[in-house]
Design a protein around this ligand. Structure first.
Ligand SMILES: [Zn+2]
Length: 74
């Protein structure tokens, strides 16, 4: 048996082989199983699933410069 990809977004998952897909806040989005997980989660934006990107989270706090190039040689 094979289904078109779009049908997997309405897949009725087997209870024993499925789990709740959650967003970055732990909010349940939909029931998924290995078969339909990709199809169902592809409807959501990546940042909903994984939160803000690492680049946003790990953005270094730049120290306030203590001197400016103009200070040199003056
Ligand atoms: Zn499924």
């Amino acid at each position: 048996m094979s289904y078109p990809t779009e049908d997997l977004t309405h897949h009725q998952c087997a209870r024993s082989e499925s789990w709740w897909a959650r967003d970055a806040q732990g909010i349940e989005l939909c029931r998924v199983c290995p078969e339909c997980e990709e199809a169902k989660l592809s409807r959501y934006r990546p940042e909903i699933l994984s939160g803000y990107s690492q680049a946003d989270v790990d953005e270094p706090i730049e120290p306030e410069p203590t001197c400016y190039p103009y200070d040199f040689g003056l």
